[in-house]
Ligand binder design. Structure first.
Ligand code: K2U
Ligand code: ZN
Length: 163
């Protein structure tokens, strides 16, 4: 079922998520609902923090056909290199886009819904998306990477839209 996505200035987006210890059916239905919510948004990534569940769970699907869902649980970036700058948006920061610098490629260690460990190498959009989602799990949204002035200008637009 579709979950509500928190949007700024909701303080709950700043919550630091806890590691997942129990890989049960409740976790499976959270992942299922997060994927449904992400595809419906539409988006290419969604972190549990954004649906007010403070567990280290993210779902991603950067495929064209929207048929390659990825679920990263308790993910850690174990290697990173290079740099890339791209225009980012966020389902929790509607209508605002800004350039963000991220690592060009990363190696991630995570668990799947069954709790099995796996490692993943990513570059380009997948690497950007993973870094963007893992930021959400430590209470960071992409605006936090901007200079104070740029962030102020972006938030002013948000306030205007909210009025
Ligand atoms: O976390 C989210 O809010 C979903 C983000 C994920 C994302 C943002 C920037 C760059 C890569 C991933 C997006 O809002 S999903 C929407 C979207 C769709 C296509 C391309 C980029 C962003
Ligand atoms: Zn986001």
């Amino acid at each position: 079922m579709k979950l509500d996505i928190l949007t700024l200035p909701d303080k709950r987006l700043k919550t630091v998520a806890q590691p997942v210890e129990i890989f049960d059916n409740e976790l499976k239905s959270l992942v299922k609902n997060m994927l449904e919510t992400m595809y419906d948004a539409p988006g290419i990534g969604l972190a549990a923090t954004q649906v007010d569940v403070h567990k280290q769970v993210v779902v991603i699907d950067v495929s064209e056909e929207k048929n390659q869902p990825l679920c990263l649980i308790n993910a850690k970036i174990i290697k990173k290199g290079g740099q890339q700058i791209s225009e980012e948006g966020c389902l929790s920061v509607p209508e605002i886009y800004a350039k963000v610098k991220r690592a060009e490629f990363i190696e991630v260690e995570a668990q799947n819904e069954q709790g099995e460990y796996f490692t993943l190498e990513a570059d380009e959009l997948l690497a950007i998306c993973i870094q963007h989602e893992l930021d959400h799990l430590i209470g960071i949204v992409f605006l936090d990477h901007l200079s104070p002035l740029k962030r102020k200008m972006a938030l002013k637009k948000l306030e205007k839209d909210a009025r």
